[in-house]
Ligand binder design. Structure first.
Ligand SMILES: NC(=O)c1ccc[n+]([C@@H]2O[C@H](COP(=O)([O-])OP(=O)(O)OC[C@H]3O[C@@H](n4cnc5c(N)ncnc54)[C@H](OP(=O)(O)O)[C@@H]3O)[C@@H](O)[C@H]2O)c1
Length: 136
């Protein structure tokens, strides 16, 4: 879950069923070059207005939705920055939250990688292998 993949329906279902939501990849795999969160124009505008970083706005929004944030950084300064979402009780205004809800949604992990029929892949490997038994 992140600002560009808000999973509204899923979160509503979880709320009804008493299931807590955790947002892993809250910046949507920034390290892989995805910029759907950090490059978002609206998040940048809100960050500038509030004198916060885009990351802080993105993480704060998740936190305010009642989800926990599974953030990762190998950088001490960025870790501090990320914890800054709790500083001095600042928060997003209702209007800002509403605006964030209007961010176009993307499915950056369409899930096809989980839909692979490994039996087909296995057969292909066996067929292409000069000595099938050596693939074990
Ligand atoms: N269970 C699963 O299937 C699953 C799937 C995905 C992720 N996860 C876990 O969830 C955690 C987060 O996932 P993720 O790494 O994909 O998350 P992410 O939201 O993409 O964030 C991590 C990336 O953002 C950078 N970053 C962190 N703070 C930043 C800041 N303030 N400004 C700019 N860049 C910042 C980090 O770089 P630096 O380290 O250089 O700061 C890193 O490249 C990880 O521990 C991961 O193992 C689990």
């Amino acid at each position: 879950m992140h600002a560009a993949m808000q999973e509204k329906k899923l979160r509503e279902l979880c709320k009804k069923k008493g299931i807590h939501v955790s947002a892993y990849s809250p910046l949507r795999g920034a390290q892989w070059g995805f910029d759907v969160v950090l490059g978002n124009k609206l998040l940048k505008e809100i960050a500038q207005k509030k004198e916060k970083s885009v990351t802080q706005i993105a993480l704060r929004w998740i936190y305010e939705q009642g989800a926990s944030v599974i953030m990762k950084s190998f950088n001490k300064e960025r870790l501090k920055e990320n914890f800054g979402i709790f500083d001095n009780n600042w928060k997003l205004t209702e209007e800002e939250s509403k605006e964030i809800e209007s961010i176009p949604q993307v499915r950056t992990a369409p899930g096809f990688e989980f839909g692979i029929d490994w039996r087909i892949v296995g057969r292909k490997i066996l067929k292409e292998s000069p000595n099938p038994s050596s693939t074990r």
